[in-house]
Unconditional design. Structure first.
Length: 273
């Protein structure tokens, strides 16, 4: 039997339909990983992460579906779904007396989308939220070009009060150039440097230098990937004040996050040995 020449198109069509269905039926859910003040344990906000509650495959991480969403041009729809869920949760937290800052990830193609600012502005108006409670994280390891549209979008986000973060700082080769080009308010240091703390002084030197760079530029510095108490202690000794990672809290769904915050909204500090 000959190979069906239409099979690739059929598979692509089925994949697209499945992704659209997942977005429409809220199978793709927002999960939340808290960011902490490392010195006081105060929760500074949460990073909004996508998870697919697949009907047959179970809980899927973004690596399993984000490339497909980008290929099919559905990243804007994903952002809309995540913002709708997260902003609604932010409202619930506020009614319980807890301010909740939100951070959303943006891919390079989204930053250069002429409709990005209007999409975010609509969400802010719909949920009656100030831009100052939102941060948009741009992945440093991606190939983020800086066309005029992208630069204009980021400047408008800053005018709306939103914060802009350079994610995975140090993972690529253009970090410093991007800091000069784009209106960042925050650096998120890549987790690889935290993992390298046990291997010698070089990673400690990079972390210290990044803290000094952030201070000189007026940028917050957040350390990603804190997974052990030893790493936490070393980062405190280096002067790190903000961070996130599995040692403090793993990503959780919205209902879990609300319960977690209500138990102790201002002092979520893990018990130290």
């Amino acid at each position: 039997m000959g190979r069906d020449p239409w099979l690739p198109l059929q598979l692509v069509s089925a994949s697209l339909m499945c992704l659209r269905q997942a977005l429409a039926e809220q199978q793709i859910q927002a999960f939340y990983q808290p960011k902490f003040n490392l010195q006081t344990g105060q929760v500074l906000g949460v990073e909004v992460l996508a998870r697919w509650l697949h009907p047959t495959e179970g809980l899927l991480s973004p690596a399993a579906f984000l490339p497909d969403l980008e290929r099919e041009g559905l990243l804007d729809e994903l952002l809309q779904v995540l913002m709708s869920q997260a902003l609604a949760l932010q409202g619930q937290a506020h009614r319980h007396g807890t301010a909740l800052n939100l951070a959303f990830n943006l891919q390079a193609v989204q930053v250069a989308n002429a409709g990005l600012v209007a999409q975010i502005r609509r969400a802010l108006v719909e949920h009656r939220v100030l831009g100052a409670s939102l941060t948009f994280e741009l992945t440093e390891s991606g190939q983020l070009e800086v066309p005029s549209v992208a630069l204009e979008n980021l400047r408008y986000l800053r005018l709306m009060g939103c914060h802009v973060s350079l994610d995975d700082f140090g993972a690529g080769f253009s970090s410093l150039q991007r800091l000069c080009q784009l209106p960042f308010t925050e650096i998120k240091l890549d987790a690889e440097f935290v993992r390298g703390l046990a291997q010698g002084p070089r990673c400690r030197a990079v972390i210290s230098s990044t803290l000094a760079l952030g201070e000189s530029l007026g940028l917050s510095v957040v350390v990603e990937g804190i997974e052990t108490f030893e790493q936490y202690q070393q980062l405190l000794a280096l002067g790190c004040t903000q961070g996130q990672g599995y040692w403090h809290a793993r990503p959780m769904d919205g209902a879990h996050l609300l319960r977690w915050l209500q138990r102790s909204p201002h002092t979520h500090r893990r018990s130290l040995p």
